[in-house]
Design a protein around this ligand. Structure first.
Ligand code: NAP
Length: 256
């Protein structure tokens, strides 16, 4: 799979799944912009990924920093071909009866309003060129409810619907505007990032539970999620838009 000459953006590309996607995109020839809030993580990722990687510090909840990110890409390249909206956060486990409204708003701002803002900028910069593709990184928690994770589950379910709406809005090539494909992946429990070794060791019961709820009885490796994202970014999926694709080892196939 070649992405030679393509300009890519991986929002939340400094760690975990986003870092893996960035690595593969650069390996396949793309110039890759990665973002995150933490400059140390950004610099570490940039060193690891080499000269085809550009780290831009930005926060998806900060409209001005997002506008600046797209001004930078526009002024350097005049276009964007591929975008992965991967930045996301989980939340402290708590039932709705113990509602923490500030925490709910924080999760929705990052996981839902963040991608909304990003997509609105991405569309403008991507529609100038044929073959553009956006992938939103959702979660299997947006397909089936997870108790005590109401904000996270709801934010990802809403992101799935946003993906479908944007896919419809961008599906046709019109005069002066190229089509953009918009899809989502829904990872199951994935190693690294939110499931770092320290977190898994600190919560052995939760770790066992996450393994048991998948049909395959294991975590995903981040590169298994990244491979699916790369397929959706590539021309190999040229007739695919508006899908919300579980990559979850059978988690959402049913209860067994
Ligand atoms: N790992 C899993 O098991 C799993 C399962 C299902 C779905 N997912 C989804 O997959 C995505 C990546 O998960 P991960 O486990 O790889 O996470 P991770 O290792 O924690 O990485 C998250 C990335 O997003 C960035 N980020 C977080 N908040 C941000 C903000 N406000 N503005 C800009 N960047 C921000 C982080 O950088 P900074 O912190 O420096 O900003 C980091 O680069 C998330 O959307 C998550 O919901 C993960």
């Amino acid at each position: 799979m070649s992405f030679d000459g393509k300009i890519a953006l991986v929002v939340g590309g400094t760690r975990g799944i986003g870092l893996e996607v960035s690595k593969k995109l650069i390996g396949a020839g793309a110039t890759c912009y990665i973002t995150g809030r933490n400059e140390v993580d950004g610099a570490t990722a940039q060193r690891l990924l080499g000269h085809m990687c550009h780290f831009v510090k930005s926060d998806v909840t900060d409209q001005e920093s997002i506008a600046e990110l797209f001004r930078t890409i526009d002024s350097r390249h005049g276009r964007l071909d591929l975008a992965v909206n991967n930045a996301g956060v989980t939340t402290r486990r708590a039932p709705v009866v113990d509602l923490d409204m500030a925490e709910w708003k924080r999760v929705l701002e990052i996981n839902l309003l963040g991608p909304l803002l990003l997509i609105s900028h991405e569309i403008r910069l991507m529609a100038v060129h044929a073959g553009a593709s956006i992938v939103n990184v959702s979660s299997c928690a947006g397909l089936l409810g997870v108790a005590a994770q109401s904000a996270y589950s709801t934010s990802k379910a809403a992101l799935n619907m946003l993906t479908q709406v944007c896919a419809l809005e961008c599906a046709e090539t019109m005069p002066g505007r190229h089509q953009i494909r918009v899809n989502a992946v829904c990872p199951g429990p994935t190693l690294g990032g939110m499931n770092s070794q320290e977190r898994l060791r600190a919560n052995p019961e939760a770790t066992q539970h996450k393994i048991q709820v998948t049909a395959m009885k294991r975590f995903a490796n981040p590169d298994e999620i990244a491979d699916t994202i790369l397929w959706l970014l590539s021309d190999s999926s040229s007739y695919v838009t508006g899908i919300v694709l579980p990559v979850d080892g059978g988690y959402s196939a049913g209860k067994f």
